[in-house]
Design a protein around this ligand. Structure first.
Ligand code: FES
Length: 162
């Protein structure tokens, strides 16, 4: 391994490398582990920096551009720093019809941030997301790992006051 490759590998911890290598052994070819490898990095660091992405690309035998394309296409991989919990607020038609715009304004005012921003205490990042697949319970959002459906202004107060 070259010195440059050694440097890049520092963008991943030994634990991350171990988890990614384990994932690779379960799959057919190193490139097949691309999304899982990015998820592993995100689990440890909340997001995937350029340096970590390059290190993962090296591990998988891919180019930066190839892996970045996958990360960009898979919109649950965050390429910029995010808060402890990411709020993915549905930004598609069923949710708009069912009052999604009001819900968006309510969350923005509750957390005092705009779309794409993180609260000053680093707790929440608010991001738009295309249809979450819960249109019959619109408006909907995901906070961290939890899905919230049939949102109302009152429900938003309850969720964030919890
Ligand atoms: S449009 Fe919002 S969940 Fe489908």
């Amino acid at each position: 391994m070259s010195a440059a490759e050694q440097d890049l590998i520092q963008a991943l911890s030994d634990e991350e490398i171990g988890e990614i290598e384990k994932e690779i052994t379960h799959l057919n070819g190193r490139k097949s582990a691309a999304i899982d490898a990015l998820k592993i990095v995100q689990k440890h660091r909340r997001y995937v920096s350029d340096e970590s992405l390059q290190a993962v690309a090296n591990l998988l035998g891919m180019s930066f551009a190839e892996l970045d394309g996958i990360a960009t296409f898979y919109n649950l991989i965050f390429r910029k720093p995010v808060g402890e919990k990411v709020i993915l607020l549905c930004d598609s038609v069923s949710c708009w019809i069912m009052g999604g715009v009001d819900i968006r304004e309510k969350i923005k005012s509750k957390l005092q941030i705009e779309m794409g921003e993180t609260t000053p205490d680093d707790k929440y990042t608010l991001l738009p997301m295309s249809c979450l697949g819960d249109c019959d319970h619109a408006p909907a959002m995901i906070v961290g790992e939890d899905v919230y459906r049939d949102l109302t202004n009152e429900r938003i107060d309850e969720i964030f006051d919890e």
